[in-house]
Design a protein around this ligand. Structure first.
Ligand SMILES: Nc1ncnc2c1ncn2[C@@H]1O[C@H](COP(=O)(O)OP(=O)(O)OP(=O)(O)O)[C@@H](O)[C@H]1O
Ligand SMILES: [Mg+2]
Length: 410
């Protein structure tokens, strides 16, 4: 028995070899299964990754589509009314309105092009400004900017009815202002057939209205709009001689460069430009305050901002006027002779003080337009009825929502 036990517990070398071979085969088989599982897991993961990537790509393309379309393919040319308020005109419609831009309807020329009187399809009379074709403004940018400007509503701004961006044509359609520009009245000969000269009271009224126009752009619009080209030819008078500011924000739309040089158009108009803006190009709302001061000097003196034909030392209105504004005796001498006997000395001194502050060479010393408005209010006897200016929150909401919908920052 002991032997048989001995036999059963021992094995020959052959048997040992067979057993170890069987063990390593099993290990190999297990390893093979693990590798196969790992590879198939990897393949499944890879396929899943490719599937997800494909899905994300598709979703992104779907989201990008409307934005790309709006940039490269603007609204159809023949929409007659934009839902946001700016009326979009075809070139044909404006040709009809102006009798094919007939010379007889030409009101005048400016730095951007010509202005025509026209009758729109609904019977409204409008001033149609045909911008020079040299403007390199892109179609989309032009539309966004003009659409923005047409959202500004104040009784102290000339209303922008709409625009035309039909092919290469760029036109702006404004409310028609029957009495034309302040400039045409200030430098009129006063003879019959020429624009009537303005009396003292009307000049104060114009000063207040136009200050309110700038105040609106600076304080009630977010972000503020700097006019950049505030001057007496951009203050227009309606049938009742109410003044409104025109061409606000327009300098931004002009061509920036002529033969690679920054054009003087963008820098505003000679005689009205604040010194720091002319020298450094640094533009703030205080640059408009300076230009406003120059207009106030024009109203007071009836002199143009720059006239080198005048005697030495009198060519530049600001340099000539500034030392006189605070000298009581010299002040009375510099007033436009046609105003003689119409003003109280106290009023004159107050207006002169406001003008002197506005044309300070140092921008920080100039007042805000709100301060100017508050200083002028007590001087104006017949003020316009209730303000129709939109509230800040209304306007901000409109401007912001418009920006969001256009995806541009203006
Ligand atoms: N809405 C309007 N209603 C009536 N007349 C207008 C209107 N807009 C402009 N005008 C007149 O058309 C003429 C040309 O205006 P325009 O704005 O093109 O030139 P500007 O004011 O002299 O210079 P800028 O191009 O710098 O504004 C001016 O005499 C102006 O009085
Ligand atoms: Mg103008």
């Amino acid at each position: 028995m002991g032997r048989s036990v001995a036999v059963s517990t021992t094995s020959s070398p052959d048997t040992q070899d067979n057993e170890s071979k069987g063990g390593s085969n099993a290990v190999i088989a297990v390893l093979a299964v693990i590798v196969a599982l790992a590879v198939s897991a990897l393949v499944v993961a890879l396929l899943y990754y490719l599937y997800i990537r494909h899905k994300v790509k598709k979703k992104r393309q779907k989201n990008e589509k409307p934005f790309k379309q709006s940039v490269t393919r603007p609204q159809p040319q023949y929409t007659s009314f934009d839902t946001q308020g700016a009326q979009v005109f075809t070139y044909k419609q404006l040709q009809v309105a102006t009798n094919n831009f007939d010379e007889a309807n030409l009101i005048g020329h400016g730095g951007f092009g010509s202005v025509f009187r026209g009758e729109l399809g609904d019977g409204r009379i409008a001033a149609i400004k045909q911008l020079d074709q040299s403007s390199k403004q892109g179609d989309f940018e032009f539309r966004v900017e003009v659409d923005m400007l047409s959202k500004l509503h104040s009784e102290y701004l000339v209303g922008l009815i709409g625009y035309c961006a039909d092919q290469d044509h760029r036109l702006l359609v404004y409310d028609y202002m029957l009495n034309g520009s302040l400039q045409s009245h200030l430098y009129s000969t006063g003879t019959s057939g020429s624009p009537p000269l303005l009396d003292w009271e009307t000049r104060l009224q114009v000063a207040l209205d136009s200050a309110r126009g700038l105040e609106y752009l600076h304080e009630l619009v977010s972000p503020p709009i700097i006019h950049r080209d505030f001057k007496s030819s951009n203050i227009l008078l309606d049938e009742n001689f109410n003044a409104k500011v025109s061409d606000f924000g327009l300098a931004k739309l002009g061509s920036d460069k002529i033969c690679g040089l920054v054009s003087t158009r963008v820098l505003g108009t000679h005689g009205y430009v604040a010194p720091e803006y002319a020298m450094t190009g640094h533009l703030t709302t205080k640059s408009d305050v300076y230009s406003y001061g120059v207009v106030l000097l024009e109203l007071l003196t009836g002199r143009v901002p720059v006239d080198m034909k005048r005697p030495s030392g009198q060519g530049v209105l600001v340099s000539w006027a500034l030392p006189r504004l605070t000298d009581r005796k010299k002040l009375a001498e510099m007033v436009d002779p046609v105003l003689e006997g119409q003003y109280a000395m106290k009023e004159l001194i107050q207006v002169a003080a406001i003008a002197a502050m506005c044309v300070q060479p140092e921008a920080d010393y100039r007042p805000l337009m709100t301060d100017v408005v508050q200083s002028l209010i007590p001087l104006v006897k017949h003020q316009r009825g209730g303000s129709k200016v939109m509230s800040t929150s209304d306007l901000q909401q409109e401007v912001i929502s418009m920006k969001n919908s256009s995806s541009l920052d203006g």
